[in-house]
Design a protein around this ligand. Structure first.
Ligand SMILES: [Zn+2]
Length: 139
């Protein structure tokens, strides 16, 4: 189901609760909503008004993926970038790492499976922006 984006600053500034396997439907809605948006590469659950720690993003091959409970393990090569956000007016600057390692959960057959992966470039930048959303960091 395509859901409406919310721009409520108080909700977006709140750290998200851990995501669970119960969030499977929300994960599907994140993908469907993200796919319906033009010029958007990632979308966090709290941007749909649900403060749970998960998000969807489009990978380098154009496939939509979901990460639950993402945590940055480490980052290399801090870089100052200008970013736009779907639920905030204008652009802002942020420091993003060029290469990152992330711990997260994936939904596999209705169960959470722990994963650890490395990402680089624009995908790494989007994931760092999404981790900020999950932490209630709203620049
Ligand atoms: Zn954003």
């Amino acid at each position: 189901m395509i859901r409406e984006l919310i721009r409520d600053e108080a909700l977006l500034s709140m750290p998200c609760e851990p995501a669970t396997a119960e969030d499977a439907e929300l994960a599907a809605d994140l993908i469907e909503t993200l796919a319906s948006l033009e010029d958007a590469g990632c979308l966090a659950a709290n941007q749909l008004g649900v403060p749970h720690a998960l998000f969807a993003y489009e990978d380098e091959k154009g496939a939509y993926r979901v990460m639950l409970n993402p945590k940055l393990v480490f980052g290399l090569g801090p870089n100052r970038v200008v970013e736009a956000c779907l639920t905030r007016e204008g652009e802002s600057t942020a420091v993003r790492h060029i290469k990152i390692k992330v711990d997260f959960d994936a939904l596999v057959d209705g169960e959470l499976v722990h994963r650890r992966r490395e990402f680089a470039g624009f995908t790494a930048q989007m994931i760092q922006h999404m981790i900020d959303h999950c932490n209630g960091k709203y620049i």
